[in-house]
Design a protein around this ligand. Structure first.
Ligand code: ADP
Ligand code: ASP
Ligand code: MG
Length: 404
């Protein structure tokens, strides 16, 4: 059976009008595929009554006495409501549709509440509906563990649900519908000159998502790459072709935005930089940090000091530990990380020099850097974020860009 998976994000589910747009995308797909499986996120963003963040705010989640299992039960409700409302929209118009929870759709997970891993998918419930020509509307972001308790897959996890279902059902493609025309060269919310990327490799999107570009969840990209499933990011509210994510981008005879050395610029906020001066028991300190579940982002070790960056919410744990070690330290709060991404930068000289020149010209101070084969990240102050992204975008994406 030729199957397509379509996932719709929170903004697509927000109102009756947007849900009609969703329905039209589903019905269009039904003309081309024998089976269409729909995955939905919770309705809207913070402020909307059933958005995941709104549900969490109902219980003051940072200090709640609810167990992680109960928090998962609460969070999962948003997607469950969404699946019912979308099924109702289709049924009202005379189409065959059926709402399912993650568990009902056969999604089995381990018991790591709040960030569970899918262990197995029983395809029977969905295949039975597809054979009856019914459109399953699956609540994203959730599954059940062996004890039949509801689990969630980590924030942004509906994308992962969609791709895992695509893998299990051997779908031809997975379409992720959102509120922008596709993956762009930078977050359009902070970079006005951001452009759509037509094709991009799994690795580059994985790097983007891992560097903070929230347009798709990194785990979803990882599964798509593993399964070799084409992943397409599209806009629910336009006819734009979207962005195709694939294994390899073949050469063409024109230099376009898809062929540049740098493909995109991502950013992530809420970072704090710590510097430790003098000697402490390094091994024990970093082992204790790991035990406290603090993950280190950028780290540089020098003979006389150590500089590392963490997520803001871990700040107090780090301070506590530093005090316990009697360490001499300083910290810079209100930082963010801007990452320049491009698979083709490997072995190309001068990229770092260009970044340094560009940020210096924009009067942006770099606090720390890190690089990998396909990324260069700079830690800067949050107040400089927009200027830095615009400047780097201008340097790498606009001035080098030749329009198609
Ligand atoms: P959904 O609710 O549909 O899952 P998300 O908020 O998770 O939507 O993802 C879409 C948003 O991702 C866009 O509105 C955009 O602001 C943001 N975004 C960040 N970086 C990028 C990028 N490089 N390209 C496109 N969108 C991006
Ligand atoms: N609703 C969940 C979240 O906000 C999952 C998702 O949207 O993918 O994280
Ligand atoms: Mg999302």
């Amino acid at each position: 059976m030729r199957i397509l998976i379509q996932k719709f994000g929170g903004t697509s589910m927000a109102t009756e009008q947007t849900r009609t747009d969703v329905m039209n995308k589903i019905l269009e797909a039904k003309k081309k595929y024998e089976g269409v499986v729909v995955v939905v996120s919770a309705i809207g963003r913070l402020g909307a009554p059933y958005a995941t963040d709104s549900l969490l705010h109902l219980v003051n989640h940072k200090h709640t006495n609810l167990s992680p299992r109960e928090v998962d039960l609460l969070m999962s409700v948003g997607e469950t409501i969404s699946s019912l409302i979308m099924a109702n929209t289709l049924l009202d118009q005379g189409h065959k549709a059926c709402a399912l929870t993650g568990g009902g759709a056969g999604i089995m997970t381990d018991s790591h509440f709040n960030h569970a891993e899918v262990t197995h998918i029983h395809t029977k419930p969905l295949m039975t509906l597809l054979r009856e020509d019914t459109i399953p509307i699956v609540a994203g972001f959730q599954g059940v563990n062996v004890d039949r308790h509801v689990t969630t897959l980590g924030r942004g996890g509906s994308d992962t649900t969609a791709v895992l279902l695509g893998e299990a059902l051997e779908a031809e493609a997975v379409e992720i519908f959102t509120d922008v025309d596709g993956i762009m060269t930078a977050d359009p919310r902070i970079c006005k000159s951001a452009k759509i990327i037509n094709t991009i490799s799994y690795n580059e999107v994985f790097q983007m998502a891992g560097s903070g570009a929230k347009v798709i969840h990194p785990r979803a990209v990882e599964v798509a790459r593993r399964a070799g499933i084409p992943l397409i990011i599209k806009n629910t509210f336009s006819e734009a072709e979207g962005t195709s994510i694939m294994r390899h981008i073949g050469p063409t005879n024109k230099k376009t935005v898809d062929e540049q050395i740098i493909t995109s610029i991502a950013h992530i906020s809420d970072r704090v930089q710590f510097s430790i001066f003098g000697q402490i028991d390094d091994e024990k300190f970093f082992t204790d940090l790991a035990k406290e579940n603090v993950s280190i982002d950028i780290i540089n070790i020098f003979p006389d000091r150590k500089v590392f960056t963490i997520e803001e919410h871990c700040k107090n744990k780090v301070i506590h530990l530093l005090e316990a070690f009697g360490a001499e330290y300083s910290l810079i709060e209100g930082c963010c990380k801007v990452t320049v991404i491009g698979e083709r930068m490997t072995g190309v000289p001068g990229v770092m020099a260009k970044i340094l020149r560009c940020l210096s010209k924009a009067s942006v101070e770099i606090l720390q850097t890190a690089d990998s084969l396909s990324t260069i990240a700079c830690l800067i102050r949050e107040k400089d974020l927009e200027i830095a992204v615009e400047a780097l975008h201008e340097e790498f994406m606009v001035s080098e860009y030749v329009s198609k």
